[in-house]
Design a protein around this ligand. Structure first.
Ligand code: ATP
Ligand code: MG
Length: 667
């Protein structure tokens, strides 16, 4: 019961932290937990959060969220059934928490900075302006028949209207399902069908990297295959003259007839806030559903403590809103905390590889949060693109999506951060809602270890499990990464397929949440992600994480990026196949580089870990969210290129053809 929450007092334990080549973090302590007066260090608070989750999260929920009605219990759970309820009895509204409650104190403060595709054409939106937009769209949706629980597909570019539409759904209790506005009509149609969507919100066109994306055209093609759709709202991003059919409604026109005020619906804590499809790196994308109170609390808390966000700062998450990173750290986390947040419409290389850094200087961003793939791309383009700009406003360099290899880590720290900023590698998933492992929060003076996300967040208990499903204890050990605690931001189901949710996350290691990733627990208890469990290669009985091999190869000065997969091998069980992309202007021959890579792997891991094949290629199959789709490479390496499966989330399918050609030439 939350009444108990206020009376806790706890023992102090000293901080233990060891590190070799380490960085010192200088963040503020934890004023939020000031009344837990005896808890001075991160370790103390972390321990407390695991031992007393109800008190910990209950206390935070009361202080961080605005409730219409306070909750009666903090956590109720039947894990085997996948029934996980936080804050039962509580009522609230996410749009009120992200907008309305800031109006009295910061109505004129910037909520959004819209970094449009063309550099220097940014636009600003205050909390008051955002509130008005949300009210109008909420009225439009409600008056056109969108009901509580109704699914709304949002297929819009990164823009204030997108954020306002998501919050408008939240205001009336509709469930938004954002589909990345770069996906094909087919990919959009399958997501609309899966969620039985009645309402679609789109734009005439999108603009990215100077190129027009015909969004309305894709929606028309998708809706033709989706009888559930009753209405399509069309926002004018470019003003292009697009054909309008009987279901189509011009959004701005509809908004102009509506009041800017719309009474929010008071919703239950466990009502669904949104659903969102995973990146599809390992198979068919899953429609992950998140509930209101737990998700909001978790993203607000992680936002504040992982990035050490201070009032007045400008936070720059460049992820698209079509991914969970955009949901949690461009929208819900920052806005719930009353922050100023960036909406990045462009590409990291438009009009040139200096885009991010020119933007940081122009907009005076204090934090940047990006993906390792884009970092490697920019690293490949050279330091001069960074050195041109004054990046002194930056304090935090965040990263998420894939393992951040050492070379990219060093470059981020030294070249971008000029050894002044903290590199914050964050590990989490669509399913976890928010960041689970990251160097911060940590006690002042703690260290950052390069190349790993390190520390579990409050309330997160990583557990490593071996092939027999037994827990692996101690330090300097590896295993499947599971989470042995419950946290409020955890997904509640896969939309329309609760059984798949149970099978995927709760069955593999009973009593634990199975992440599907592997991890190494280093000395000092720091975690490094070794790659996806599906990607573990087993060579003559030795299990190898692909991330570790790639990390070594990426360190070679000529290598821009690499991806390693296993393939069936008569003698060894599995062999190792490496796909390597070289930097521009490389002088050494492929043979010389291949030899050097084999030698580096032999030295860094072991002789048996040396790749059997190294294929030099122009690109790797990235998903739209910036991850390498290794399952495709596995198929190619196993000579099964005709069975690639669902490739709808690939950024550039033509890359695959090039790799297949290269494979054939090699054999
Ligand atoms: P699908 O589940 O459909 O295969 P996906 O797992 O790529 O797609 P996301 O939820 O967007 O979809 O990505 C989460 C995954 O990204 C993690 O499980 C992990 O494999 C990887 N990841 C995220 N952050 C990190 C990180 N900091 N270090 C290493 N890997 C990371
Ligand atoms: Mg996943």
């Amino acid at each position: 019961m939350h009444k108990l929450v206020r009376s806790a007092r706890f023992a102090v334990k000293t901080l233990r932290q060891t590190s070799l080549c380490a960085r010192t973090i200088t963040t503020t302590p934890f004023p939020e937990f000031a009344d837990l007066s005896q808890l001075k260090s991160h370790d103390d608070l972390h321990k407390f959060s695991l031992e007393n989750p109800e008190q910990f999260w209950g206390r935070l929920a009361l202080s961080r969220l605005q409730w219409d009605e306070e909750f009666q219990s903090v956590l109720n759970c039947e894990l085997e059934k996948g029934e996980i309820d936080w804050f039962l009895g509580g009522k609230l509204n996410a749009s009120v928490n992200c907008v309305d409650r800031h109006l009295a104190t910061r109505g004129d403060q910037l909520a959004l900075i819209w970094e449009r595709d063309e550099p220097g054409t940014e636009e600003y939106v205050t909390y008051r302006e955002l509130s008005e937009m949300v009210g109008q769209i909420a009225n439009v949706l409600r008056n056109s028949g969108v009901k509580k629980g109704g699914r709304v597909a949002i297929y819009l570019p990164m823009a204030p209207i997108t954020v306002a539409t998501m919050l408008a759904c939240a205001r009336i209790g509709a469930v938004h399902s954002v589909v990345f506005a770069g996906f094909s009509a087919e990919a959009l149609a399958s997501r609309i069908q899966d969620a039985e969507v009645e309402t679609v919100v789109t734009a005439d066109q999108g603009v990215r990297g100077g190129r027009i994306i015909p969004l309305k055209q894709a929606v028309d093609a998708a809706v033709a295959q989706c009888p559930s759709v009753k209405r399509v709202f069309v926002y004018q991003r470019t003003g292009a003259d697009v054909p309008m059919g009987p279901k189509d409604i011009p959004l701005e026109k509809a908004m102009s007839g509506e009041s800017t005020e719309c009474a929010p619906v008071s919703l239950a804590s466990e009502d669904t806030l949104f659903m969102l499809y995973t990146s599809g790196s390992t198979g068919k994308p899953k429609g992950i559903a998140h509930s209101i109170a737990g998700y909001l609390l978790y993203v607000a808390t992680t936002f504040k403590h992982v990035f050490d966000y201070q009032p007045g700062e400008r936070f720059g998450c460049v992820a698209d809103i079509g991914w969970i990173t955009g949901h949690s750290y461009a929208l819900y986390g920052p806005l719930c905390c009353g922050a100023t947040t960036l909406l990045f419409e462009s590409s990291p290389i438009y009009p040139n590889p200096g885009r991010y850094w020119e933007m940081v200087q122009r907009l005076q961003l204090n934090h940047i949060y990006l993906a390792p793939t884009s970092l490697r791309l920019l690293l490949k383009a050279g330091d001069s693109w960074v050195n041109k700009y004054d990046l002194s406003s930056l304090r935090t360099l965040g990263c998420v999506g894939e393992p951040l290899n050492h070379e990219a880590w060093d470059w981020y720290y030294e070249v971008v951060g000029q050894k002044r900023c903290d590199v914050i590698d964050t590990w989490w998933q669509t399913e976890t809602g928010g960041i689970c492992i990251s160097p911060r929060p940590s006690s002042p003076g703690a260290h950052i270890e390069p190349g790993m996300p390190m520390r579990p967040f409050f309330g997160i208990k990583p557990v490593l499990v071996d092939e027999k499903n037994e827990e692996v204890n101690g330090e300097d050990v590896e295993g499947a990464l599971c989470l042995g605690s419950l946290w409020p931001g955890m997904a509640r189901t896969i939309y329309g397929d609760h059984q798949r949710y149970i099978e995927t996350y709760l069955k593999p290691c009973p009593g634990l949440y199975y992440t599907g990733d592997g991890a190494h627990r280093h000395k000092g208890g720091n975690y490094q992600i070794t790659g996806r469990m599906d990607d573990v290669v087993n060579v003559t009985g030795h299990r190898l994480g692909t991330a570790e091999l790639e990390d070594i190869m990426d360190t070679h000065p000529d290598v821009a990026e690499s991806a390693v997969v296993g393939f069936p091998h008569d003698i060894k069980g599995e062999g190792i196949f490496a796909f390597v992309v070289l930097k521009e202007g490389v002088k050494h021959s492929h043979d010389d580089i291949a030899q050097a890579l084999r030698a580096a792997v032999k030295q860094g891991i072991a002789s048996y870990a040396q790749p059997d094949f190294i294929l030099f290629t122009n690109g790797l199959p990235w998903t739209r969210s910036g991850k390498i789709m290794r399952r495709i490479l596995r198929k190619i390496a196993s000579n099964q290129a005709d069975e690639l499966g669902d490739v709808s989330t690939l950024a550039d399918p033509s890359v695959v053809e090039g790799i297949v050609k290269g494979y054939k030439a090699l054999h």
